[in-house]
Ligand binder design. Structure first.
Ligand code: ZN
Length: 200
């Protein structure tokens, strides 16, 4: 319903497309923008466009970054022998918050989900294999995909794929609830999951 004129209705519609935002919240956001100062609205619009237009993938790990290489890959103090495979930049951030992990990451940008038409080719799997050439210092790969059906399927697929390379392959273990989403798991639980990882 076009109660507020077409411009505001469009703004409400755009906000309501965001994940987790219902129509009521979208209305609140739209009126917050409308009732606030013009420079706040401009800053919001500019932040959206800049993030969308200038962010790119790190050449090594496929994290989101402003530069060619992300701050983690650029840090020579990180342990280049350990590589943690996660589904999303948010999962990477969750592990970084634990301050327990000093290795590098590889971000798949999703998980295998045949129902949604997502197979290994839709993920950064080729790019992962490319990092494991003969010169690579990587000795251990930690499969830290989410403990749900898609994440488990992805971990199984990767472990079969990577086993022949003779690397140590581990899977995060204790503490992470089955069906859970790593992004929302607290730091201590994640830290225990990492410490309790099992070779597979
Ligand atoms: Zn990186």
């Amino acid at each position: 319903m076009n109660y507020y004129g077409s411009y505001v209705s469009r703004l409400i519609e755009e906000f309501s497309r965001l994940p987790g935002v219902g129509v009521k919240s979208a209305q609140r956001m739209a009126f917050y923008v409308l009732n606030g100062p013009a420079d706040r609205a401009e800053a919001l619009a500019a932040a959206i466009l800049e993030a969308k237009n200038t962010s790119k993938y790190c050449k090594h790990c496929y994290n989101i970054t402003d530069d060619d290489i992300c701050y983690i890959c650029a840090n020579s103090k990180r342990d280049a022998r350990t590589l943690m495979v996660v589904e999303s930049p948010q999962d990477m951030a969750a592990y970084e918050k634990t301050k327990e992990y000093g290795g590098l990451y590889h971000i798949l940008h999703g998980a295998i989900s045949p129902m949604d038409g997502i197979g290994p080719n839709e993920l950064k799997v080729k790019e992962l294999l490319a990092r494991l050439d003969a010169d690579s210092p990587i000795a251990e790969i930690i499969l830290a995909t989410n403990p749900n059906i898609e994440g488990e399927a992805t971990a199984m697929y990767l472990s079969k794929l990577l086993k022949p390379l003779g690397l140590k392959i581990t899977r995060i273990a204790h503490g992470v609830p089955v069906g859970g989403d790593l992004e929302y798991v607290d730091s201590i639980t994640l830290m225990r999951a990492l410490q309790g990882r099992l070779e597979i």
